[in-house]
Write a protein that binds this ligand. Structure first.
Ligand code: AMP
Ligand code: GLY
Length: 426
């Protein structure tokens, strides 16, 4: 099967690694990919926001399956673009329609969807310029802390947690009146703060049936002990010890099933991944966000634990046959540790040479590249999150120690990583 994977991060390197192992894959293209994916398939220089260019490539190269890594093309309607064009309709497209992707693309849509389907989530109200004054009054009376969320996509920066009313009203004004996140913050969701521990749960759905993938927990803060600024994710672990069978049963019954059934009932075309960003409050799951894609860096631990042929799963997804497959997961733990550029998540340097990428990391570890590029025959940094090393272990402790050992073979100027990924589970 001729497959095109869209994206260029560590998530896509992990997906490419897995797709490349499928008996179906021949060949694999990645657009635009990175130097890591170039070892597993052929990178093609296509801008993934250019739907016409993607469509033309698929026709020219007789692509039979498209797998979408990041949310943006989905939120902008790439799936619908394929469905509307006769010559693209028959391609196995893995990713939801524009309407389905609104679970991630509009916080207000997601909240209303959860209300309609009785899915546990924090209480909320939504505001725009039209009811701005009412919003200010609402904030003044709100218990602390207050969570403000820009409605639309804001590159992961649209959620602000405010610890006093003055700060909340100032942020509210910035979002709505000053368009802090452009059109994305024309509408703002004001939400109750939930106190608990977070968990990332992933389903693959054909729009009616689903399979649950291994769960994961990511570490968003830059500093050890979960301190400092938020990042795209500094590491992840899977499985997650507090996600017991009892807890996961609640997740399935209270969150996953009502979500998939809700999509089905509302006739929303959704064939792809659903990422449930959950928080466990006194051992009960609440949804803090949906994403219409896999997580990053969660993918770098979830996919290595998946034993099924992933292309088999994608074919079943497209054909509406996910009720006929059974997930098989590696019982070992997987931990990934992300190495980032000095200064990240604030300003950082790019173009720094990376050494050690060709080391033999052994059977227990995998190196996934994220923000890297090739320059004059060497591989240099090209982003904040540069690469990660995933390791398997009998437990989280063993897996993280292996990743830390392996990271000592890789070097670039200003390289930083957290030594404490998985600390609460050791
Ligand atoms: P998001 O951009 O939706 O992933 O939100 C970013 C982070 O904000 C989440 O991972 C949580 O840590 C936090 N967060 C979002 N909503 C809430 C909430 N209602 N209560 C507590 N923390 C939240
Ligand atoms: N790791 C969180 C995300 O991918 O959104």
């Amino acid at each position: 099967m001729r497959i095109l994977l869209l994206g260029s991060g560590g998530r896509e390197h992990a997906l490419a690694w897995k797709i490349n192992q499928s008996v179906w894959t021949n060949p694999l293209y990645i657009a635009p990919g990175n130097p890591g994916t170039a070892r597993l398939g052929k990178n093609v220089a296509i801008d993934i926001s250019d739907f016409d260019a993607i469509g033309k490539f698929c026709i020219d190269e007789k692509i039979e399956m498209v797998v979408v890594g990041p949310e943006e093309p989905l939120v902008n309607g790439l799936c619908d673009y394929f469905n509307e064009k006769e010559e693209l309709q028959n391609i196995y497209f893995v990713g939801p329609s524009k309407q389905g992707a609104m679970l991630e693309g509009s916080k207000a849509f997601a909240k209303a969807f959860m209300q309609r389907h009785n899915i546990p989530t924090a209480g909320y109200r939504e505001f725009t310029l039209e009811n701005y004054e009412e919003g200010v009054a609402y904030l003044q009376e709100h218990s602390l802390p207050i969570v403000l969320k820009a409605d639309g996509l804001a590159a992961g920066k649209g959620v602000v947690i405010c610890h006093n009313h003055v700060e909340a009203i100032a942020e509210f004004e910035l979002m709505i009146q000053q368009s802090k996140f452009g059109d994305a913050s024309k509408k703002v969701v004001v939400e109750e703060f939930l106190e608990g521990i977070e968990l990332s749960v992933f389903a693959l759905t054909d729009g009616q049936h689903y399979i649950l993938l291994p769960e994961a927990k990511d570490y968003k803060r830059i500093g050890e002990g979960d301190t400092g600024l938020n990042t795209g994710g500094m590491g992840a672990v899977s499985p997650v010890p507090f996600a017991t069978a009892d807890f996961m049963k609640k997740v399935e019954e209270q969150v996953v099933k009502p979500t998939i059934n809700g999509l089905y009932e509302e006739k929303i075309n959704y064939k792809g991944f659903v990422f449930f960003g959950l928080i466990s409050v006194n051992d009960d799951p609440y949804v803090i966000e949906y994403n219409c894609r896999m997580g990053d860096p969660e993918t770098e631990v979830v996919i290595p634990r998946l034993k099924n042929d992933i292309v088999d799963l994608f074919v079943a997804t497209f054909n509406g046959e996910l009720d006929k497959v059974e997930l098989r997961a590696d019982p070992r733990s997987a931990v990934t540790v992300m190495a980032v550029s000095k200064g990240y998540p604030l300003a950082y340097q790019k173009g720094v040479e990376i050494k050690g990428l060709n080391e033999n990391f052994g059977k227990s570890s995998l190196l996934f590249q994220a923000g890297t590029k090739e320059k004059d025959g060497t591989i240099v940094t090209n982003g904040g999150r540069v690469l990660c090393i995933t390791s398997y272990g009998e437990n989280i402790d063993e897996a993280v120690n292996t990743s830390l050992d392996m990271l000592s073979y890789v070097q670039f100027d200003g390289m930083y990583y957290r030594n404490d990924i998985g600390y609460e589970f050791k």
